[in-house]
Design a protein around this ligand. Structure first.
Ligand SMILES: O=C(O)CCC(=O)C(=O)O
Ligand SMILES: [Fe+2]
Length: 342
């Protein structure tokens, strides 16, 4: 297991507003070396006011009484699979090592259809349904732009090869917008031998976007030398913090491991005292459910050794939905379903 020291990683901050081949190469380089990269938000990929509004909604939601949040519990018949509220300790991201589930709450929005959530939303979220749906759309658009840069840099025949397979106008996908809340420590609720904010894991999908708040660090990534390195929230102290981007297992699998899906976790503040609440917002981008994870037409991908394809049944090409269902089954101990609802 990794040591908890402070190895420093200088993740690049890349401005992708001019999507030329040099930028494509830079982002591919970071994704294949670290699995994590910052995308500059100085050119307003996202309006800072929209990000603040999302964080405001998140605070309003998590401060609701437990019984109100429980009305939209995750995996319930009302919310559907992988949608809704997760109470404290519900998700265990590192089941092999954790004795208790993550010290966090979360809320998963599945896909919006014509601006409408396909799950019940409690009042503060329902009032802003259209706005939240637009925010998720913007996240998806940024992911598709990044996927086009990867396709360009990998010299795939057709720069839209990945993004076409993530084109939500063509069908449903397992993409999820997630609000996360890690409460500050309270003396009697935290057991240092049992608790971690988010256990060590890699993400499941293609690409994850992460929005963080400057005074609320805690994310760490596992370095190639097996040490934990903190990820800063705003590495260049820009007026508008960049968006953190990381590669998920599915895209790593699809590219024979050329793009790296890196293990990460969220820890408590190290000052040993109460610390602060941490709020973050993640967008987990997935291909269309029916997308077949077949060979990517790129010489670089074909020639890359170390394919992480051990999950696939021999001789069968997995779909994106097969891949996601396998991962959800492991995390939540859900029965694997062929007709995944998310
Ligand atoms: O909250 C964070 O900073 C990271 C969350 C995360 O890694 C996840 O939910 O997959
Ligand atoms: Fe993650």
């Amino acid at each position: 297991m990794a040591t908890a020291n402070g190895d420093k990683l200088d993740l690049p901050v890349i401005d992708i507003s001019s999507a030329d081949s040099g930028v494509a190469k830079q982002i591919l380089d970071a994704a294949s070396r670290y699995g994590f990269v910052f995308v500059s938000n100085e050119n307003n990929a996202f309006d800072q006011a929209d990000i603040q509004r999302m964080f405001g909604l998140s605070r309003d939601f998590f401060s609701l009484p437990t019984d109100v949040k429980a009305e939209c519990s995750i995996h319930s018949s009302k919310s559907g699979k992988n949608r809704g509220w997760l109470s404290m300790h519900t998700e265990t991201l590192d089941p092999g090592n954790q004795k208790r589930g993550d010290f966090k709450e979360a809320f998963n929005f599945g896909e919006f259809v014509d601006g409408k959530a396909q799950q019940p939303l409690p009042a503060p979220l329902a009032d802003e349904e259209a706005f939240i749906g637009r925010f998720a759309d913007q996240c998806h658009a940024l992911c598709n732009k990044i996927l086009e840069l990867f396709a360009t840099a990998l010299e795939v025949c057709g720069s839209r090869w990945f993004s076409d397979r993530h084109d939500r106008s063509k069908g449903p996908s397992g993409s999820v917008l997630r609000l996360l809340y890690y409460p500050a420590l309270k003396d009697n609720s935290y057991n240092p031998t049992l608790d971690i904010r988010a256990g060590a894991h890699s993400d499941y999908g293609s690409i994850t976007l992460l929005f963080q708040l400057p005074s609320q660090p805690g994310l760490e990534i596992l370095t190639p030398s097996n040490t934990w390195a903190p990820v800063p929230v705003n590495p260049l102290n820009q007026a508008v913090p960049p968006v953190l981007v990381n590669i998920g297992d599915l895209l790593s699998y699809w590219t024979n491991g050329l793009l790296k899906s890196t293990v990460h976790r969220v820890i408590f503040p190290k000052d040993g005292r109460g610390g602060e609440d941490r709020y973050s917002i993640a967008y987990f981008c997935h291909p269309l459910d029916e997308a077949r994870l077949e060979g990517v037409p790129s010489r670089m991908v074909v020639e890359h050794k170390g394919r992480g394809g051990e999950e696939g049944e021999k001789g069968r090409v997995l779909t994106a939905r097969d891949h996601l269902n396998m991962r959800l089954a492991a995390t939540y101990r859900l029965k694997e379903e062929k007709d995944g609802a998310s």
